[in-house]
Design a protein around this ligand. Structure first.
Ligand SMILES: [Zn+2]
Length: 93
């Protein structure tokens, strides 16, 4: 499929679309970042997201060692996220 072609090709049957959705959920549960949004950064406390070479999402404090804190931003209202450290509202950067 051409990269800028947004229409699903005829080979994407309903069964295949369900399977893609299932695999997407499994990958998300396994901690992989799926590029379905931008990475987050809290401007109040410096917690930020990054993706390691294996594709997994991590968070760490800006200026500190890049090791996964294990914390994750939670979805808030209106397309925002909530910082798990300080509770600030965060938008995609
Ligand atoms: Zn914060």
């Amino acid at each position: 499929m051409p990269e800028n072609d947004k229409e699903p090709a005829g080979i994407l049957t309903p069964e295949l679309l369900r399977e893609i959705k299932r695999v997407h959920l499994l990958a998300q549960e396994a901690g992989f970042f799926l590029n379905d949004r931008k990475l987050l950064r809290c401007h109040s406390c410096g917690l930020q997201e990054d993706v390691v070479v294996t594709g997994q999402l991590i968070t760490y404090k800006s200026g500190e060692a890049i090791t996964d804190s294990g914390l994750r931003f939670e979805k808030g209202a209106g397309g925002t996220y909530v910082c798990p450290v300080c509770g600030s509202t965060v938008r995609e950067k």
